[in-house]
Design a protein around this ligand. Sequence first.
Ligand SMILES: Nc1ncnc2c1ncn2[C@@H]1O[C@H](COP(=O)(O)OP(=O)(O)OP(=O)(O)O)[C@@H](O)[C@H]1O
Ligand SMILES: [Mg+2]
Length: 336
Amino acid sequence: MDSADLLPVPKPSEIVRGLDEYVIGQDVAKRVVAVAVYSHYRKLTQSRRGVRIAKSNLLLIGPTGTGKTLTCETLSRLLDVPFVTAEATSLAQTRYVNDEIEAILSRLADRAGGDLARAGRGIVFIDEIDKLKAPRGETRATSGENVQHALLKIMEGAKVKLDDGRYVDTTDVLFVCGGAFVGLDEIMVQSKSFGYIATKDDDNRKILERLNSRVKPTDLFTYGLIPEFTGRLPIVARFGELSRELLVRIMTEPRDSLYAQFREVFRQEGVELVVARRVFEQVAEIATEYKTGARSLRGIVEELVSPILYTVPDDPGIRRVEIASLFADPLLVRAG
Ligand SMILES: Nc1ncnc2c1ncn2[C@@H]1O[C@H](COP(=O)(O)OP(=O)(O)OP(=O)(O)O)[C@@H](O)[C@H]1O
Ligand SMILES: [Mg+2]
């Protein structure tokens, strides 16, 4: 590959700042991801200078709707590299895993506009990797294990033949795996007590806590993934549950936040939309009960504004719509 056509790689702090505009909270995870991505793309530009640095793929662990896919998507935009997502579960359901993998890389090639060198440094996000684990009480998950072996091959780097006879080399592709890994904490608690060292001062305790909160390959193995696979995912970033406070920020802060989007929709009708903070707090409260992270926010907000959007076009006199509470009628302000 010609390193000349690679953009200068943004520094980890620049990557985090870029992510901050779209991904709210998850500060620790963003830093881990930024360093991993920086090292990966730096390596591509420096690989001719001697020491070959082994590839480090990334594992993102966290509950649904907390920003894992959003982070990868935003990264690919920041770095201007092609990006595709795939689901491990659908790989496990087919008898033709290699055909599915080929299809994933074909999509990556499409996203790269057919430029296979560009596809070769893209990002592939494989979600629901935790579903490949062996069923309880069994040591082997036949279909899941096959998928892990197939993924191993392309994660290590392989030339995959596409439909049209051309090849995508996956050596420099960044693979990111994702999953909720429900129950991993209990496994980690058990493996933690093992090797606990009593320390005197706080600094050491901090380091110890950090080491202890690290997800180790052995934890993933205990969870049910095969060791060859867990060994290839040395970098783990954990995404946390989103608090109400963070949900409110998600609705209002990012450049393309829900609030910004709906204000734009109303603006196109010549109407200013003003939503009180209290409303977002009420929406966050409901979303928390749904337990799907930030995923349910849009639906709730749509439900709130769609009756208003029904009446607004019929009444050209409306200049402003003010919503003070989720449970009260909106105030329609007319001109003059
Ligand atoms: N931390 C966050 N900051 C901003 N928006 C977020 C965040 N987390 C989730 N969202 C919003 O929720 C939607 C779903 O998030 P995303 O697809 O990243 O979830 P996920 O963690 O990949 O979940 P899953 O495990 O179900 O795939 C995003 O499109 C985004 O609008
Ligand atoms: Mg996702």
